[in-house]
Ligand binder design. Structure first.
Ligand code: MN
Length: 130
């Protein structure tokens, strides 16, 4: 499999380190954004196969970032996966309504994280995927 490029929008250094470590170990190329505006600017350059999006971000929150990503037609085929510790009822629905393709819960589980992320990668090949 060619190296997939993942944009990781995450303000927490420990989560960023762990996610990057786990994904790079499996050959993924990770680009970091510490906040939503930086993430949107990087995403607009293109070239990413998947975007991992923290919801609790300084300034613009992850729901707003997801909506902004989804307004960019060039990114329509790029899966956006929320990674968040929010566990309240309805949050998953809010995340999906904002345009995310899926939702992974923190804390990151080192044994399963990469497989959880990879489950979203084939979406870009499927016509009419959510
Ligand atoms: Mn955060």
């Amino acid at each position: 499999m060619p190296a997939n490029k993942i944009l990781l929008i995450e303000d927490n250094e420990q989560n960023r380190y762990l996610a990057t470590f786990l994904l790079e170990q499996r050959g993924y190329v990770i680009t970091h954004a510490p906040d939503g505006l930086t993430g949107l600017a990087l995403a607009a350059r293109g070239g990413f196969d998947l975007i991992l999006l923290d919801i609790q971000l300084p300034g613009m929150d992850g729901h707003a970032v997801a909506r902004a990503l989804r307004r960019d037609a060039a990114l329509a085929a790029v899966p956006v996966v929320a990674v968040t510790s929010y566990a309240m009822t309805g949050d998953r629905e809010m995340t999906l309504a904002a345009g995310c393709n899926g939702y992974l819960e923190k804390p990151i589980d080192p044994a399963n994280f990469v497989a959880q992320v990879e489950a979203f990668l084939p979406l870009r090949h499927k016509e009419g995927a959510p």
